[in-house]
Each structure stands twice: as structure tokens, then as C-alpha cells.
Ligand binder design. Structure first.
Ligand SMILES: NC(=O)c1ccc[n+]([C@@H]2O[C@H](COP(=O)([O-])OP(=O)(O)OC[C@H]3O[C@@H](n4cnc5c(N)ncnc54)[C@H](O)[C@@H]3O)[C@@H](O)[C@H]2O)c1
Length: 358
């Protein structure tokens, strides 16, 4: 039977976004959070999100009203009983998620249980559930209503029929682009894109210049954002935490080693746009100059920026090849994931092919 009733646990940034997306596509949603304040502000955010969808003519006023009326806040986790699919989006903490899956799998024994974790092993989360074969990863990107990609993570225990049902829901129900991923650290996007940030910093240490490399990325690579401006947007701390997680998960290989430049900037509080300073300085939300604390000690010349860009994208392509060899996903799914997550003109396997067109 196709999924119709959705439950969301964790009503923060992602939980509220996933709930809004499901409502926009006509599904009934129950949403629960351990904090009643978080739940209240999620309801407000969802209402605002639906109103914005009306302004962008993605929904009619009547459809937005209907959608909002299909949303039910659940004060207790027990109220989620009866959901066909439950999506977990609580804070990124393995013990917390394991406790939650243990509990919720008793409350909702017949539901498909999906975790939105970005970096934790889905299998470890699933093992805490009463029926691990009904658990999978459903990794949405922020904001879920706008981002098309969903990494669908199957663990060794996930039943093929469960995976298929969840896949059909994402593809046809939510009208998103699912990709099929094995449960490995960083899944596709966070793993394959690591060298984008790390190789760029190595290039800066060789004197290619921060702004010069970002410019080459846009001009030569035709990508919407170069590595440094993107790290500033993501948050240097958030980006570093993902790098550290992947570095550890892979047994500390040199290629994933966090860069001392980024570590120092994070220690000094230069976390990116959100604090008006990262690799660049921002004024009134606008980027101005390179941050003198970021460029301090870097050679002012050396590596040509276009060559540096080739190194950066070359390292991304190599990581994509390794991920394919490790059977993380198919080449087509790796290309789709990187194109959609990064808004790149092409995926890593299409980059060097002369036939590839942006
Ligand atoms: N923020 C992103 O860009 C992003 C993107 C993809 C995936 N994710 C993943 O999504 C998940 C949620 O991230 P977020 O950014 O929305 O976090 P968030 O901090 O905005 O929200 C987490 C919510 O979980 C609630 N919570 C904590 N413990 C709970 C419990 N036991 N029961 C019910 N609710 C509980 C908190 O009150 C909070 O409202 C994480 O696993 C994260 O890795 C985040």
C-alpha cells in the first residue's frame, strides 16, 4: 500500500522543512518535537513556508489552506501511531537517535522508519529498532521544499520492498530525485565534495589566492560558487565538523585531513557569513574583501588559479571514482547527486568527457 500518512519527529530546520514539503504534495502530516516551543515555532515556519509557496505561485491559496489543515502537531510521540512513514530529523547524535528508534519502533511497529541523518551510520541507528529491516536513510537537503536531491540510504538489513516503497514515495509522491546509496560515511555528496574544500585550501597554501580560485571556479568551472565562498555560506564550523567526521570514519587518510587554516579560523570565531567573517569579510550581508586573518601567512603568488581549479575538480573526480569503486552508488547516481546538491553544470563522471555538455 502506498504511503499516505507521514509522521515527522524533530521539528527543527529539517523536520519543519520536510513536513512542509509533504504537505505541499498533499500528504497528511503529524509532527512531534520533545520541545513544545520548537513545535510551536515549526508550525509558524511551516505556515510561512506555505504562504511563500503561494506567493511564488507554486500553490493556490486554497491548496495552501488545505495543506495547513492536514498538519497535526503531536504533543506525545504515542500520537504518531498509524503513520505509514515516519521521518526522524532530531539532532545529530547517535545515542539520541538510537533511543528514539527503539521507542518509536514500538509505537509505530508497522511504519517505515527513515532517518534524515547526514553523517551517522544508518545501520547503527536501525539496529536499535525493533524491526531494523523497516529502517532506511532518507537524506534531504536544506531547504527540502526547494532541493530536488534525496539520498536514499539502504543498510544491509533494509528490506528491498521497504526501500522500494520509500523510493516511490520520494520520486512520485514528493516529486524529488532520489539516488540509491549504500550506508557508507558521508554517503555521496558529503564524501565526494570533501576534496572541493580541502584541495582548495591546499591550493591557497601554494599561493593561488582565495578570491582568485573562487573566480576561476566560476569562470572556468562554470559552477555557481567557488570553494571558499561556499564554505563561508555553509559555515566553516559546520563544514569542518563534517570533514572531521569523514576523516575519522575512513581511518584518518591524508586526503580527508582537516586543513590547519580552516581549523585556526574556526578557533578564532571566523565561522563564515553568519558572523560576517570567514574566508571573506561581509558588510551588510555583502562580501567585501578577503579576510586578512585568512590570508595571513599565505604566499601571495605561486600557483595559477586556473591550474588550482583543475586540481580541485580533479580531486573531486578522483573521490567520485573511489566512491564508485567502493560501490557507494552508480556513476549515474553520483553524477545526479553532485549536480543537484551543488547546482554544478555536470557531474564528476561527465567533467572530463569531451562529449559532455553542461
Ligand atoms: N540543517 C541541515 O542543513 C541538514 C541537512 C540535512 C540533514 N540534516 C540532519 O537533519 C537532522 C536535524 O537537523 P536540523 O538542522 O533540523 O536540527 P535542529 O537542531 O534544527 O532540530 C533538531 C530538533 O530535534 C528536536 N529533538 C531533539 N531531541 C528530540 C527527541 N528526543 N524527540 C523529539 N525531538 C527532539 C530538537 O528539539 C530540535 O527541534 C540531523 O540529523 C542533521 O544532521 C541537517
Amino acid at each position: 500500500m502506498a504511503i499516505q500518512r507521514v509522521a515527522v519527529v524533530g521539528a527543527g530546520t529539517m523536520g519543519a522543512g520536510i513536513a512542509q514539503l509533504c504537505l505541499q504534495r498533499g500528504f497528511a502530516v503529524k509532527i512531534h518535537d520533545a520541545s513544545s516551543e520548537a513545535l510551536d515555532s515549526a508550525l509558524e515556519r511551516i505556515k510561512r513556508g506555505l504562504d511563500e509557496a503561494v506567493l511564488k505561485t507554486k500553490l493556490t491559496t486554497a491548496a495552501a489552506e488545505r495543506a495547513f489543515h492536514s498538519l497535526a502537531p503531536a504533543a506525545r510521540m504515542e500520537d504518531l501511531y498509524g503513520a505509514d512513514l515516519l521521518v526522524e530529523a532530531v539532532s545529530e547524535d547517535l545515542d539520541l537517535k538510537r533511543r528514539l528508534f527503539e521507542r518509536v519502533s514500538h509505537i509505530c511497529p508497522d511504519s517505515i522508519l527513515a532517518t534524515n541523518t547526514s553523517s551517522l551510520p544508518v545501520t547503527r541507528i536501525a539496529q536499535a529498532a525493533r524491526s531494523p529491516e523497516r529502517v532506511l536513510g532518507m537524506h534531504f537537503f536544506n531547504p527540502p521544499a526547494a532541493m530536488r536531491l534525496v539520498e536514499m540510504v539502504r543498510g544491509p538489513m533494509t528490506l528491498p520492498s521497504v526501500f522500494q516503497e520509500a523510493w516511490d514515495f520520494v520520486l512520485m509522491g514528493l516529486k524529488k530525485a532520489p539516488v540509491d546509496v549504500e550506508d557508507t560515511p558521508g554517503f555521496i555528496v558529503n564524501r565526494v565534495m570533501r576534496p572541493y574544500y580541502l584541495e582548495a585550501q591546499r591550493a591557497a597554501l601554494s599561493g593561488c589566492g582565495i578570491a582568485a580560485l573562487d573566480r576561476a571556479a566560476r569562470d572556468v568551472g562554470q559552477v555557481p560558487m567557488g570553494p571558499f565562498e561556499l564554505m563561508d555560506l555553509i559555515g566553516l564550523d559546520v563544514n569542518l565538523a563534517i570533514t572531521r567526521g569523514i576523516y575519522e570514519a575512513f581511518g584518518r587518510p591524508e586526503r580527508f585531513k582537516p586543513c590547519p587554516l580552516q581549523e585556526r579560523l574556526v578557533r578564532e570565531g571566523f565561522l563564515g557569513r553568519k558572523v560576517n567573517g570567514g574566508f571573506y569579510v561581509y558588510e551588510g550581508g555583502k562580501r567585501t574583501l578577503e579576510n586578512p586573518r585568512a590570508t595571513e601567512g599565505l604566499p601571495s603568488s605561486g600557483l595559477d588559479p586556473a591550474e588550482a581549479w583543475e586540481r580541485v575538480i580533479g580531486a573531486v573526480i578522483s573521490e567520485a571514482e573511489l566512491a564508485f569503486k567502493d560501490k557507494v552508488a552508480s556513476k549515474a547516481d553520483i553524477d545526479t547527486a553532485i549536480k543537484l546538491a551543488m547546482n554544478f553544470p555536470r557531474g564528476p563522471f561527465q567533467w572530463r568527457s569531451p562529449a559532455a555538455k553542461p
